[in-house]
Design a protein around this ligand. Structure first.
Ligand code: ZN
Length: 186
């Protein structure tokens, strides 16, 4: 089996709605909430190739607050770290549209491959497994990671995330967790 992660649909995000054309309830609802901002960004600039960076700065701030690192955001969006820092710091007055779109397309609920993973993402995964009655001790042992890996840090390593994710995916494939992913819980 490959250790790379296949793409999971990120329901409830603009990217899922716009780029992948998902029209599930989560995506529709999120679109209703966010489309005004999205269109504001798209039409508020006279130069069609450039956009004001405020919404992008908000998105970066959310991700930084969650625990994503600047390098991860830059790599995930395919832009330079300087660009991320300039936008986050309010020093960018205009952004190329494709830069803005690339950053806005990053989904804060999904890790960025080969970068440290914010703990809220890891916790959500652990909570789901614990909700199925599994202990942390069992999860860590099965994943083959130290039970002390979390501590007070804000992130876990990509390597440990992948180990936990493998256990998670096995449980999910077996139908033990992940019910109702598409709002279809009976
Ligand atoms: Zn969807």
């Amino acid at each position: 089996m490959s250790s790379t992660l296949t793409r999971e649909p990120a329901h409830g995000t603009i990217i899922e709605y716009v780029q992948f054309n998902c029209r599930c309830k989560l995506c529709e609802d999120n679109w209703q909430i966010n489309s005004d901002r999205y269109f504001y960004m798209r039409r508020s600039e006279s130069d069609p190739k450039k956009v004001p960076p405020d919404i992008v700065a908000d998105h970066i701030a959310t991700m930084l607050e969650m625990g994503f690192e600047v390098a991860a955001i830059a790599d995930g969006a395919g832009v330079s770290r300087d660009t991320v820092l300039a936008v986050a710091g309010g020093r960018a007055t205009r952004l190329q549209r494709r830069t803005a779109d690339a950053i806005l397309a990053l989904d804060p609920s999904q890790p960025i491959p080969n970068h440290r993973v914010p703990l809220p993402i890891v916790r959500a995964m652990l909570d789901e497994m614990r909700g199925a009655g599994l202990t942390l001790q069992w999860i860590y042992r099965t994943a083959g990671i130290s039970p002390k890996f979390q501590g007070n840090r804000r992130r876990c390593s990509w390597e440990n995330y992948v180990k936990l994710r493998r256990v998670y995916d096995v449980l999910k494939d077996a139908g033990l967790i992940g019910e109702g992913d598409d709002g279809a819980t009976a």
